[in-house]
Design a binder for this molecule. Structure first.
Ligand code: SF4
Ligand code: SF4
Length: 279
C-alpha cells in the first residue's frame, strides 16, 4: 500500500486536463522551477513557518506539533495564505493515500471520462500513482499523467502499464532555453518524448509559447524530428503564455500575438502533426 502524499486539490470535473470531463488530482511539490508556472503555490512542501497561520483572517489555520492544520470548514477561500507564503507552498493540503483518493475520484465516476494526475509534479510520487491507477483501471476509470517530463519514464514501466498515457510539457528544446526557463536542462524530457512515443503512451505534447523566454519554433521542430514517422499520430497543444497566477519576472511578460500563434500552428501542420490544438 502506498504512503500518504500531499494533495493540493482534487477538481471533480475539469475540461482542460485531457480528453472529456476528467477528475484532476493535483499533487504538491515540484522538482523544477518554471518561470511561467501558473500554480507556484504547488511547487514546494510547507516548512511550517507559521506566516500564513498568523495572516489567515478566518482563523482556519493552526500550528500543531510542528505542522500546519487547515480547517476546511472555517476556510473562506480568500487566498490570503497563498499570497503570504514566500516558500511557494500552501497550507491547504490534504495528506491522502491512494485508496482515499480513489474513493473520492470514483464517486464522480458516472460523470467523468477519466482521472488526470498533475501538480506540482505528480511523478515525484510514482508508488502512489501505481496504486491509484491500478484501482482506477480495475474500476474501468481511465487514467492520464500530466508531467513536466523531467523524471525518466523508462524506470516506471509498471506505471505505464496501468496508465492510459502521458501528457508531457516540452518547455524548450535546447538546453540553453530550458535552463533559462526552468533552471534545469531538458535531456530527460527529450528522452521521455521518444520513449513514450515508442511505447504508444504519448497522449499529448504541450508547448507554451512565450515572447523571449523560450523558442517555441525550435521546440516544435525538435519534437517533430524526434517523433519521426510517429508525428502523424501525435497531438500537439500550443498554449499561449498568459500571466495569470504567475509570480516573479514573468508576471508582467507579454502574451504572444495572434499572428505568431497562427504562424506556429501552420508550421506544426507543415511538419505533419496529427492534430494541432491552440489554446
Ligand atoms: S484561503 Fe487561506 S487565508 Fe483564506 S481563510 Fe482559507 S486558509 Fe485562511
Ligand atoms: S504554507 Fe507557507 S506560509 Fe504557511 S506555514 Fe507553510 S511555508 Fe509557512
Amino acid at each position: 500500500m502506498s504512503a500518504h502524499v500531499p494533495i493540493n486539490n482534487i477538481i471533480p470535473f475539469s475540461l482542460v486536463d485531457g480528453p472529456g470531463a476528467r477528475c484532476s488530482v493535483f499533487l504538491q511539490g515540484c522538482n523544477i522551477r518554471c518561470a511561467y508556472c501558473h500554480n507556484p503555490e504547488t511547487q514546494s512542501l510547507c516548512v511550517a513557518c507559521g506566516a500564513c497561520v498568523r495572516a489567515c483572517p478566518a482563523r482556519a489555520l493552526t500550528l500543531e506539533a510542528g505542522a500546519v492544520v487547515w480547517d476546511s470548514e472555517l476556510c473562506t477561500g480568500c487566498d490570503t495564505c497563498i499570497g503570504t507564503c514566500t516558500y511557494r507552498s500552501s497550507p491547504r493540503i490534504r495528506h491522502m493515500d491512494a485508496r482515499e483518493v480513489f474513493a473520492e475520484v470514483s464517486s464522480y465516476q458516472p460523470f467523468i471520462r477519466g482521472v488526470t494526475t498533475s501538480g506540482g509534479e505528480c511523478m515525484l510520487y510514482p508508488e502512489f500513482l501505481l496504486e491509484l491507477f491500478g484501482l482506477c483501471r480495475a474500476a474501468g476509470i481511465g487514467a492520464l499523467i500530466d508531467s513536466n517530463g523531467t523524471i525518466d519514464f523508462s524506470e516506471h514501466e509498471g506505471l505505464l502499464n496501468v496508465a492510459d498515457g502521458v501528457m508531457i510539457d516540452v518547455k524548450a528544446w535546447s538546453d540553453a532555453w530550458f535552463v533559462h526557463l526552468t533552471g534545469t536542462d531538458g535531456a530527460t524530457v527529450r528522452k521521455n518524448l521518444a520513449f513514450l512515443a515508442e511505447r504508444d503512451k504519448l497522449e499529448e505534447v504541450r508547448v507554451i509559447v512565450t515572447e523571449g523566454w523560450n523558442d517555441p519554433e525550435d521546440a516544435v521542430d525538435g519534437i517533430a524530428a524526434t517523433l519521426g514517422r510517429r508525428v502523424g499520430a501525435a497531438r500537439l497543444r500550443l498554449m499561449r503564455f498568459r500571466h495569470f497566477g504567475v509570480r516573479g519576472p514573468m508576471a508582467s511578460a507579454p502574451s504572444p500575438s495572434d499572428a505568431r500563434m497562427d504562424a506556429l500552428e501552420a508550421r506544426a501542420h507543415e511538419l505533419g502533426f496529427g492534430e494541432v490544438v491552440v489554446s
